[in-house]
Design a protein around this ligand. Structure first.
Ligand code: AMP
Length: 542
């Protein structure tokens, strides 16, 4: 027997409709690509996204067509986002930090028909446009006054493009399982893989993200997503914030410490989300200028492991910290580290121990750890295993890739290695391809990195496994020092000594001027392995 409840498809554009109706005057503030701060609200964004839908239809775009956006976090990007989804086309966010050849590969694989982009990326697109035969036109997110001369095909300024539509348009209704958006994983090996979100998965994910122990913002809060819309849907914030009527502050192209600080401060932001490198820049700026953020209640940090010293720095500022883990394939939220009883009572280092885990999942994400044969491993906080996940906002296949990516029970292998404790707190120890196998035992590169950045002179640290004749692999610690600071190999090893098992101690420390990062801000270990491919340990003869 079926229930007798209404058919109300979970469609993404219903979110902006709700925001316009009940939180219409709530502000969306942007540092525009052109420079000035721009202010609008949900009612205007809704009205203009209807014009986007109408303009797309005028250009012949239909259900299922892919539209690429290569753009910063701005109000216009948000309008485009909802306008595309509102007619059942697919909003394909492309990461502009990728190499131009990778962008071309992705646009071709997705067969994008229109590319909507910021002024910033016009020059790079002009260089690769001849390799993008599926693209029929380019829309530049600016007005007539700022529109550059360009060779891009059928290029139009966004404001002119939507001005040609009157906005008297009804959004489409269709099955909630219809594709809404796509995002390619920033794989460091092999071709990028397209994750295809549905309207249903995005709406369910927004509801999950809205719970108090997840992103947890309300209509009285202000959220600044430093995490870009092109990095796994800005962690769902472009859906969750409007669904709650939360004020949004969009940082546009400027993500340096001073610019992010300025917006956090002047807009009295209560919640913000981004990767550790962004917070490193912010904290350095704040320390150098001796400034504070009294309104900032919550810093959400994910994408890479959040170092303990960074958690402490935010706590010292009076902000709460929420360490989160997830991935593009998971829409992306997987876990968040909130304190639950009995840990709420913990203080000092014991509190940090919990806050530093990647946390436990909200309802809607199931997790297990297994060995290589797929056998489930115990949740004892010590045993490492392959982390596998299942849920309604988790990918079951990649776009146009004919391969099964789920195990027999329907779980997706995240490629991460982790422990789980008896309370469900998960700790990532590594990407499976980064884990260091020393004498048949595993060493966590992330644990070593976290420890090393606790040294006051260390700006960033990366650990890779290097071949060792006796142990197979041993850890090499690669360190970038803070500007103007000095430390020797011995200083750093002495700092680490006693804080980890003896056999985990790195065999050597190498100093570099800069640690390379991927397009989503993760340490690019493939480049480091390449850089140190001829390296041999002083201990290698032992
Ligand atoms: P992406 O799809 O680009 O968001 O990358 C997802 C991957 O980033 C995960 O599979 C993890 O390897 C890594 N990651 C994300 N969040 C964290 C975190 N809090 N700690 C450690 N690794 C993380």
């Amino acid at each position: 027997m079926l229930g007798l409840m209404q058919d109300w498809p979970l469609l993404c554009h219903k979110i902006i409709e709700h925001a316009a109706k009940y939180h219409g005057t709530q502000e969306v503030v942007t540092r525009s690509v052109e420079g000035p701060i721009h202010r609008t609200n949900y009612a205007e964004i809704h009205a203009r996204s209807l014009k986007v839908s109408q303009s797309l239809e005028r250009d012949g775009i239909k259900l299922g067509d892919r539209i690429a956006t290569i753009a910063w976090n701005t109000w216009r990007h948000l309008e485009v986002w909802y306008g595309i989804m509102g007619i059942g086309a697919i909003c394909h966010t492309v990461n502009p930090r990728l190499f131009p050849e990778q962008i071309a590969w992705i646009v071709n694989h997705a067969q994008d028909r229109i590319v909507i982009t910021d002024l910033t990326f016009v020059p790079v697109l002009e260089k690769i446009a001849s390799q993008l035969p599926s693209v029929e036109r380019y829309v530049v997110l600016t007005d007539k006054a700022h529109m550059p001369q360009t060779t891009l095909k059928n290029a139009v300024a966004y404001e002119d493009w939507i001005a040609a539509s009157d906005g008297k348009f009804e959004w489409k209704t269709f099955d909630e399982n219809t594709a809404a958006a796509m995002c390619y994983t920033s794989g460091t090996t092999g071709d990028p893989k397209g994750v295809l979100y549905s309207h249903r998965s995005n709406v369910l994910h927004a509801l999950m993200a809205n719970s108090k122990d997840a992103l947890g913002t309300s209509a009285s809060d202000t959220m600044l997503p430093v995490v870009p819309l092109f990095h796994a849907n800005s962690w769902g914030i472009a859906f969750s914030a409007p669904s709650m009527g939360t004020k949004l502050v969009m940082p546009g192209p400027k993500l340096d410490g001073a610019s992010v600080y300025e917006l956090l401060s002047t807009e009295k932001v209560t919640h913000t989300a981004g990767v550790p490198t962004v917070w490193l820049m912010l904290l350095q700026y704040m320390a150098a200028n001796n400034v504070k953020l009294p309104d900032l209640q919550m810093v959400i940090c994910g994408g890479s492991a959040m170092p303990r010293s960074m958690i402490q720095a935010f706590l010292d500022m009076g902000s709460q910290v929420r360490h989160a883990w997830g991935m593009t394939e998971m829409s992306p939220l997987g876990t968040l580290a909130t304190l639950k009883p009995p840990f709420t009572e913990r203080t000092g280092e014991e509190r940090l121990d919990i806050l530093q885990t990647q946390g436990y999942p909200p309802f809607g994400v199931e997790m297990k750890i297994t060995d290589d044969a797929g056998k489930e491993l115990p949740w004892d906080g010590k045993t490492f295993g392959r982390l596998k996940v299942s849920g309604p906002a988790i990918a079951k296949a990649y776009f146009r890739v004919d391969a099964n990516i789920l195990d027999d029970a329907g779980f997706f292998d995240t490629g991460d290695v982790s422990t789980m404790d008896e309370h469900g707190y998960m700790r990532i120890t590594d990407r499976s391809k980064d884990v260091i196998k020393s004498g048949g035992e595993w060493i966590s590169s992330i644990d070593l990195e976290n420890l090393a950045v606790g040294h006051p002179a260390v700006a960033e640290a990366a650990v890779i496994g290097v071949h060792h004749p006796k142990w197979d692999e041993r850890p090499l610690l690669i360190v970038q020092l803070k500007q103007g600071q000095s430390a020797t190999r011995e200083d750093i090893l002495k700092f680490m000594d006693g804080k980890i098992a003896k056999w985990w101690m790195p065999d050597d420390v190498a100093f570099v001027d800069g640690i390379p990062h991927t397009a989503t801000g993760k340490i690019l270990k493939t480049a480091l392995r390449d850089q140190f491919k001829d390296y041999t340990f002083p201990t290698a003869a032992a």
